[in-house]
Design a protein around this ligand. Structure first.
Ligand code: PMP
Length: 416
């Protein structure tokens, strides 16, 4: 067998510093992780509410396994539609205050399914330049006529819609919280544009579900625009601790998806264990017992701490805090130094983010203990100073007074 194609490609990736490896890891309680055999504080996961280790979810999965087994056995439209789906969809619709919900196997397949169903070949779709890869792949698969608007720039969105031919109904699609920047889409302005041009609006609330809004329903709740979103995509894989996704909308919109979303139709249904764990997570959100306030307090604690140390941080309210460094090597060096100190905080470099905007993407969980977070801040001081990313001087300037060295796109700000 001739492996030269694979070997050459991998060698090229290594030469460019773009080679990726998968490391052994297992989640531990209290927002910690065993990574490469080392017990670390996990500042890189998406388990924002710490539910992946919650006794109620574990017990629900255990009971489901013993009653129903561990596999669905077929796709939902054949024989895999376990009755747990019905309750889960009813709970997801109730949670979001919508007529109906549809469960997908993952956030990735939900975005693929919604976009390929909704978008006819040639439909104009208006997509934020930093939208998640699953949205990009959905639009490619749908052979949509895609117009990319500048990140978070609703004026640019309106300009592009205004200039486009409107033979087919336009579609606007955006993440609500952007996964590498942690900022929130200007949904109020986007909703105005959607109404003016009669567009469909699809919002991916993957990183906002369980995080934003008093009820954890996401940015739509926080910005009070839930009624104007046609398809809202939420994931069970992040704050809700397990796996899978739900799309909510009108009964008619969901019936349409059941018939047209190929990523729902042609894949095996989720196992009963996952459906049961997801029900337990939604119950906590519906009953108001999920630790959303604790998460928001932890976010504020870390954000304020990092700002006062002199780190450059965009103005965001989500659980994703990007420490903007810029230089690729310095960013990697900081991530490695933090790992030595027992902190897992991964470097994110181009091409995942634009050239010159390498960063450490920190994520916060309600499961993190205050003592661990204090120790993490101490490690950020020690490593940041040693690598000359922050100086002693910054220590004396409050985060609120500080101005970004990166222009006003990433203003320093202590509160959220
Ligand atoms: N949307 C966004 C914004 C995401 O960040 C992700 C995953 N990182 C997904 C969708 C896909 O969700 P899942 O991991 O459940 O496939």
């Amino acid at each position: 067998m001739n492996d030269s194609f694979f070997l050459d490609t991998v060698a090229l990736l290594k030469a460019k510093g773009l080679y990726r490896e998968i490391h052994p890891a297992s989640q531990l309680p209290s927002g910690r992780i065993e990574f490469d055999g080392k017990n670390c504080l996990n500042l890189s996961g998406n388990d924002y509410l710490g539910l992946s280790q919650h006794p109620a979810l574990k017990e629900a999965a255990r009971l489901a396994a013993s009653r129903f087994g561990v596999g669905a056995g077929a796709s939902r439209l054949i024989t895999g539609n376990h009755r747990l789906y019905e309750t889960l969809e009813e709970k997801a619709a109730r949670f979001k205050g919508k007529e109906a919900a549809l469960i997908f196997s993952s956030g990735y397949t939900a975005n693929l399914g919604v976009l390929t169903a909704l978008v006819e070949a040639g439909s104009p779709v208006f997509s934020d330049e930093l939208n998640h890869a699953s949205i990009i792949d959905g639009l490619k698969t749908a052979r949509a006529q895609v117009y990319i608007y500048r990140h978070g720039d609703h004026r640019h969105l309106e300009q592009l819609i205004g200039e486009s031919s409107r033979e087919k109904r336009p579609v606007i699609v955006t993440d609500s919280v952007f996964s590498m920047d942690g900022d929130v889409a200007p949904l109020r302005e986007i909703v105005e544009i959607k109404k003016r041009y009669g567009a469909f609006l699809v919002v991916d609330e993957a990183h906002a579900t369980g995080v934003l809004g008093k009820g954890g329903r996401g940015a739509g709740e926080e910005l009070q625009v839930e009624d104007s979103i046609d398809f809202s995509v939420g994931t069970f894989s992040k704050a809700l601790g397990s796996y899978g996704a739900f799309v909510t909308g009108s009964r008619a919109a969901i019936d349409f998806l059941i018939n047209r979303a190929r990523s729902l139709i042609y894949t095996t249904a989720l196992p009963p264990t996952v459906l049961a764990a997801n029900q337990a997570a939604l119950d906590m959100l519906i009953e108001g017992t999920a630790p959303i306030r604790k998460l928001q307090q932890n976010i504020k604690f870390v954000r304020d701490g990092l700002c006062s140390l002199g780190y450059r941080i965009p103005d965001t309210s989500s659980a994703i805090i990007p420490l903007m460094i810029g230089d690729n090597l310095k960013t990697t060096a900081l991530s490695e130094a933090l790992f030595e100190e027992g902190i897992l905080a991964k470097a994110i470099r181009p091409p995942t983010v634009p050239e010159g905007s390498a960063r450490i993407r920190i994520t916060i969980s309600a499961a993190h203990g205050r003592k661990d977070l204090k120790e993490a801040l101490a490690a950020f001081v020690k490593c940041g100073r040693r690598l000359e990313i922050i100086s002693d001087l910054h220590h004396q300037v409050s985060g609120k007074e500080r101005r970004s060295e990166n222009g006003n796109r990433y203003p320093g700000k202590a509160d959220n």
